[in-house]
Each structure stands twice: as structure tokens, then as C-alpha cells.
Design a protein around this ligand. Sequence first.
Ligand code: DX5
Ligand code: ZN
Length: 220
Amino acid sequence: MPDISISTLDIPEENAVEYFYNLETAKPDYFHVDVMDGEFVSIENVAKQEDYALKVSAITMTPYEVHLMAANPRYFLDYFIDNGADRIIFHSEACKDKDDCLDIIKYLIENGVKVGVAINPDTSFEKLYEVLPYIHMVLVMTVVPGAGGQSFKSELLSKIKDLREYLDKNDLDIDIEVDGGINKETAAQCKEAGANVLVSGSYVLKSEDFKQAIKDLKGE
Ligand code: DX5
Ligand code: ZN
């Protein structure tokens, strides 16, 4: 059964608290705090998402992960480490080289946080070969990062399948998360391909029944 992680990107500020209460009762496995720096992606929403992280910690018992869409991930780490993030995900495209990436991974692990590395649709997972043994999760973007409500790129299903095969063949017990355009149909396809953590924003937030939407994504 996959974990479901609810994106906070498009939760409206005016009634965010109400959303977090209602989503909490629907029993997601994680909240997915989407942080955008206005450089790695065009939108800038840092203050809003930092505030949402505090609200999630204060209001819910559900752990949260942070998806850092930032050109300089280091700039944002301490805030979320200090405010109870369970898992922090940064983009491999934001790393100068392998050592830069390993340095961030080492810092997060030393601070007791689980580590995920994200790859954009046109980035091969082969770029991660040397860091895979040190991380907990690979986030395979199934849309180009920068907005919610985009369509799922089905050409990425083979990438997920190949990555899962590579991890199994090398005895690497690492989660594969997918993010972007996840709904009932694409969730089933991603699970089939080997993903075990599914991020969803619009499919759940626009649904009439959060609990049922999460069950649909899990395939219950
Ligand atoms: C996009 C974000 C995603 C997005 C998912 O850059 O990283 O987490 O909010 O939203 P949906 O599920 O609507 O594609
Ligand atoms: Zn995300």
C-alpha cells in the first residue's frame, strides 16, 4: 500500500487551518510542503510554505516532508530541520556536482532528517548512482516543477520502472516518490511501475471527499 503525501502548494491561505484539520481527518501519510524560491522555478512562496510547515506541526499529528525547488537548497535547510520536518527533498539539478550533493545529504543525516533527492523529467536517474546508497528516497518528478494541476507525463512510467529494477538489483531499499498529475488512474500506473509514495495536490484538494480521494489513490 503506497504512502500518500498531500501537497500544500495550492491550499488557500484564507482558510488554511480548516484545510489542515479536514485533511488530517482523511488520514494522509504525509504533508508535502512545496517550497519555491522564484529562481529554480518562477513562483516564490517561501514565507507562505514556511508558515504552513508550522501550522502542520501545530495542528496535525501527520509528519511532513519538504520539497525544495530551490537553486540554493542549503539556504532553507535549518528552518525546516528546526521545525520538525521528517524528510527534506532537494533537487539534483541544484547541485554543482556529486560532492556538493553528498555534502547536503551528510548535513541532513547528521541533523536526524530523512533525505530525498528529486530529479526533473529530463534528468536521468543514472545521475544519482553515487549518492543512492546514502539517501532514503528518490522523487521522480512526473511534471516539470513549478505549478499544481498539470497533466501527468506518462512517458516517465518507464523511468520509474527502470529505477525500481536498478534499486532491487542493487539491494537498495529506497522509496520512490512521484509528484505531479497524480490521480486515481495515474496512481495505479505509478504503483505498478514501482513507486511507493504518491504526492497529490489538486486531485485531493478539489475532491468532494478527502478521505475517499486518498483511498482511491491507495487503491483501497
Ligand atoms: C509542482 C509541485 C507538486 C504539485 C502537485 O511543482 O512540486 O507537488 O503541487 O500538484 P498536482 O497533484 O495538482 O499535480
Ligand atoms: Zn512537490
